[in-house]
Design a binder for this molecule. Structure first.
Ligand SMILES: N[C@@H](CCC(=O)N[C@@H](CS)C(=O)NCC(=O)O)C(=O)O
Length: 125
């Protein structure tokens, strides 16, 4: 079973590499502003989880640089996700506000909608 899972995972990563979208181009000032804002976001994920691949590709297409932490390979990341989000499920986006308070958002579709609403004001996704 774990061999099948490993093969499917490898295929997913290959597909991600092959079909990785080109990121949109923004004017440099706007991109710099967005890069500052995305420093407050962290995506907790597993490398070969299909829902995480979906979010990573959405990030790439929208030219959003968001730190990723692998909650399977890193015990520290797993502990952060469990302590903050409350469950070991991925993808999960940690969103910090200006005061350092964090919101933990699960569900790939909700995460992509959040990124669209916040960073793609004219529906250019
Ligand atoms: N509906 C969720 C599905 C996420 C999901 O099933 N993730 C799997 C990894 S691919 C997971 O975290 N499973 C662990 C669990 O559910 O406890 C989404 O779209 O984000």
């Amino acid at each position: 079973m774990s061999i099948i899972r490993a093969i499917i995972g490898a295929i997913l990563l290959l597909l991600e590499a092959l079909f990785s979208p080109k990121g949109i181009k923004r004017n440099p000032e706007l991109q710099a502003q967005i890069d500052l804002e995305t420093k407050k976001l962290t995506l907790y994920q597993f490398k070969s989880c299909p829902f995480c691949v979906k979010v990573r590709m959405a990030m790439k297409k929208r030219s959003l640089t968001i730190e990723t932490r692998d909650a399977k390979r890193s015990d520290a990341a797993m502990a952060e996700l469990l302590a903050g989000g409350g469950k070991l499920k991925v993808p999960c986006l940690k969103i910090e506000d200006a005061s350092g308070n964090a919101t933990w958002m699960y569900e790939s579709s909700d995460i992509i909608s959040y990124l669209d609403n916040r960073f793609m004001p004219e529906g250019t996704a």
